[in-house]
Each structure stands twice: as C-alpha cells, then as structure tokens.
Design a protein around this ligand. Structure first.
Ligand code: NAD
Length: 474
C-alpha cells in the first residue's frame, strides 16, 4: 500500500500540521484500500502558499529557455514513471489500465511537452503608437482538480503556469491524489527550484475555501462540479482574484436526417461510455430526427452492449467501475428518476452481474423516449447513461441543444462539413465536434454558461496565467 504522509512544500517533504488525520484511497473496482495520504489543515495551506509566494520573484524572472528546459526534463521523467502514474490512476478511479496508459498518462505527457514550446508567450509584446503591452505572469496560482482525468487536468493547468513563470499550489481530489505525489517526486528529482510546485492533499470542503480566499493567491484555476465552482468563486471574490472555472456539462449531439446514422451513433455512444461516462464534455443527449429514431435507438443498443465491463486491470476491459460507490449510487438514483419520469430503458439500468457486485459498476445504459425537459436530460449524471431525444426539425434540435444551463461541448453529424458548421455556429457551447472530430490539445477547451468561464490547452490556455501591463512612453 502506498503511503504519502507528508506534503511537498518548498522543495521538501513536510510533515502536516495535524498528523492525526489521514485520507484512505480506495480502489472502486473492489473496495480495497490502496493508499493513505495526509489530510491538510489550514496551516498547511498557509505554508504551501507562503512557499509559492517566496519562489515567485525568481522563477518569474527565469528565462523562457530555462523554463523550457525544466518542462522538457519533467516530461522526460514522467515518461520514465508512466507505469507508476498509470497504475495509480487506474487503481484509484477505476479506468481500464490500457486507457490509463494511453489516454490518461501518455496523452498528458505529450500535452505537457507541448507547453515547452510556449514559454516565449510571455516574451511577446504588442507595440501600438506610444504604448507597449507586456505580458506579466499572474503570480501564485492555486490549482484544484477533480478525479475523472486527474493527471490530464493537472497538466492542463500546470503546463501553462510553468510556461508563463507562475508558481503553484496544487490540490488534487481527495479520491485521486496519487499522481500529484508522483509529480512531486518528479519535480524533486529534476531539481525545479523550491516553491515553484507545492502539493497538498485534503478535503475540498475543509481547505478549499481557505485556498481560494487567501490574500497571497493571485489566481485560482478550478475544475469540478458547478456546485463547488460557485463556492470557489464566492470565496475568491473578496480578494478580486482571477478565477478560471471548468465545470459540468450536459452536452448535446445533433444528428441530421441526411447524416451517416451508423457512424454518428457509434461515435456518440462511444463518447458517452468512455471513462464510464465520467467525462465533463460527454455527449449525453443524442438528438435524432423522429423519422430515424427507432433505427438510432437500435444502433445505440447494439454499440453499448459491445462494451466489456469488468476488472480495469484486464487488458480486454473497455469499461471499468465508476470512481466510487457514492458515484455509483448517484448514477443509480438518476436511472431510477429517468424510469419514474417515463423514459424507456433500452439497455443497462440498475442491475449488474453478481460477478461485479464488489465494485462500483454501472452497466452502459441507454434511455429512449426522453423529453429534453426531463431531469435526466437536464442534469449532469456523470455515469454511462445516454439519453436519446427525438426532434421534428433542425431548428427545434438547435433550440433543444441550447435549452440547458450548461454549454460545455456539443457535436454535429450532418451530410457534410459545411452543413455541420452551419449548425455548430448556432450552438452555445465552448466546443463542437463535427463529423467525428476529436479534441486535440491545440484547441481551447472550456465552457459557456454554467459550464465555466476558463479556457485550457494550447496558447489560448496561457492567457489565464498572465496579466497585461501597458507601458506608455513620452
Ligand atoms: P467536485 O466539485 O466535488 O470536486 C472537485 C475538486 O474541488 C476536488 O478537488 C474537491 O476537493 C474540490 N472542492 C470541493 N469543494 C470545494 C470547495 N468548497 N472549495 C474548493 N474546492 C472544493 O467534483 P468531482 O466530483 O471531483 O468531479 C466531477 C465534476 O467535475 C463534474 O461535475 C464534471 O463535469 C466536472 N469536470 C469538469 C471539467 C471541465 O473541464 N469542464 C473536467 C472534468 C470534470
């Protein structure tokens, strides 16, 4: 069993203020404890923020070339620790091990490496008549993350922070802290200056608001639920710091009458079931023309049932458990609500095989006969549950897609790219995936409405970490 009883603060492993409290990390596939970590108090928060504040002046003055070298060295060492990182993630949140290696870890390493080529971002200045706009690193950043893509979410914040010359305090989800501790070992090995990267683990409800309210923190980047995002914003407000929010979603995919239905449904079901449905941008509302509804439902059932649900360590598994028993219960409650509201279960539902009873498993579930006003079509379920909704005409489909408090992602399958873009431009969401397009880390990721206000990845993602200074010459 792994044991992380100290925090990484100021380039050292530091004993927590209160050693009597700890957090058990549980494998959701079997309920076994796989690790124990310290649980931070407010004094630990102060200590980590103090270290980041002390390190900021020198780190922010390091040349872009020096920062680049550190990013490359960290990425190289992450590559050496790929298996440790993958096992930690698979065992703490349940995703299949091959998915952990390829998507959760290798893709994160590749993405982190990309930031090495962006360290010159802060060197770019804009000259207009007698004014020059300089970019200045924003300062001490608090990075708070959830459990569903724990390394990728860390990298999406840490990469731009390091590239721009900011220092950080990171707080992973209490459910999935292990990859952050491994990253601390990597930072120590690479010899990044003390205080640039500080890790504490702890409960959001206990230390989260103190992290956000702290007067020495210049920026908070938060990924998580909309409910916690509201608290983060409220705690940050009195000190007028910048708050970047990456929150929940209930994203719609529109399939038009003349689209390739089989390709579209296969893509849509695959997208929702990936990571056991625990993806913020999952396309959980599939909008299908009435004329092709029955065909789409039959196709979706077939695709969903091809999943192999089971032990994440088995290389053949395509879907592991949900991240915890609590998450499983939340998802089952939503499935019950859908049934009560009159939606029809086409496959999956609340039962699982007796062989899977010890883990937090929910079967791939498809609901048909869903109305867009139903709870299961409006609220984020965060599990392997797809709602298929019929529409009469294209305008109604666009209105339904936009009839949500969220606006994170969307997708369109139409006859061709041009028709798909025409629809995409009318959807109020931060991303639209057309004709089976996939996300890549050059693109900006973030939401409209209650899905958040931040943008991560690519050069756009660096903006959040800089202030603009206008210098006027006489
Ligand atoms: P969560 O909001 O419960 O927790 C996220 C993080 O916030 C954790 O580290 C938690 O400890 C911390 N936290 C909780 N309360 C806090 C508070 N009052 N102050 C400060 N921090 C606090 O979310 P979760 O259950 O871990 O993750 C699932 C949610 O994350 C889903 O809603 C999902 O859509 C969202 N998410 C969004 C994105 C995105 O990029 N938009 C990506 C992944 C996940």
């Amino acid at each position: 069993m792994h044991s992380y009883q100290q925090f990484y603060i100021n380039g050292q492993w530091q004993t927590p203020a209160n050693q009597d409290q700890s957090i058990a990390v549980i494998n959701p596939a079997n309920g076994e404890q796989i690790a124990i970590t310290a649980s931070a108090d407010l004094a630990d928060v102060d200590s980590a923020i103090g270290a980041a504040k002390k390190a900021f002046p020198e780190w922010s003055r390091a040349s872009s070339q020096q920062r680049k070298q550190f990013i490359v060295a960290i990425a190289d060492e992450m590559q050496n620790r790929l298996e440790d990182l993958s096992q930690a993630i698979s065992q703490s949140m349940g995703c299949p091990i091959h998915h952990a290696r390829e998507v959760q870890v290798q893709a994160s390493i590749d993405a982190f490496r990309e930031f090495a080529d962006m360290t010159d971002y802060v060197d770019e200045a804009e000259h207009l008549e007698n004014v020059t706009h300089f970019k200045v690193p924003i300062g001490v950043c608090v990075l708070i993350n959830p459990w569903n893509y724990p390394l990728s979410q860390l990298v999406g914040k840490l990469g731009p922070a390091m590239a721009t010359g900011c220092t950080v305090v990171v707080k992973p989800s209490e459910q999935t802290p292990l990859q952050d501790f491994i990253m601390a070992e990597i930072f120590a090995k690479v010899g990044v200056p003390a205080g640039v990267f500080n890790v504490i683990s702890g409960y959001g409800h206990k230390i989260g608001e103190h992290l956000c309210a702290h007067v020495d923190v210049d920026m908070v980047s938060f990924t998580g639920s909309t409910a916690a995002g509201v608290k983060v914003a409220q705690a940050s407000a009195p000190t007028i710091k910048r708050v970047c929010q990456e929150l929940g979603g209930k994203s719609a995919m529109i399939i038009t009458e003349d689209a390739d239905l089989e390709t579209a449904v296969t893509f849509g079901v695959g997208d929702v079931m990936f990571n056991s449905g625990q993806t913020c941008s999952a396309l959980t509302r599939m909008l299908v023309p009435q004329s092709r509804y029955d065909e789409a439902v039959a196709l979706a059932k077939n695709v969903a049932e091809q999943n192999i649900v089971g032990d994440p360590l088995n290389e053949k598994t395509t879907m592991g458990p949900l991240s915890s028993l609590a998450q499983k219960q939340r998802v089952l409650d939503y499935i019950h609500t859908g049934i009560k509201e009159g939606a029809r279960i086409v496959t999956g539902g609340t039962e699982t095989s007796p062989l899977l009873q010890n883990g937090a498993y929910v079967m791939p579930t498809i609901f048909a006969d869903v109305g867009n006003e139903m709870t299961i079509a409006q609220q984020e379920i965060f599990g392997p549950v797809l709602c298929i909704i019929a529409y009469e005409n294209e305008q109604q489909a666009i209105e339904m897609a936009n009839d949500s408090v969220y606006g994170l992602a969307s997708a369109v399958f139409a006859k061709d790219n041009q028709s798909a873009i025409h629809i995409a431009r009318q959807i109020r969401a931060g991303q639209c995936y057309i004709q089976g397009g996939y996300f890549n880390t050059q693109g900006a990721f973030g939401g409209f409405k209650q899905s958040g206000n931040g943008r991560e990845w690519g050069r756009e993602g660096l903006r959040e970490y800089v202030e603009l200074q206008a210098v006027f010459s006489g």
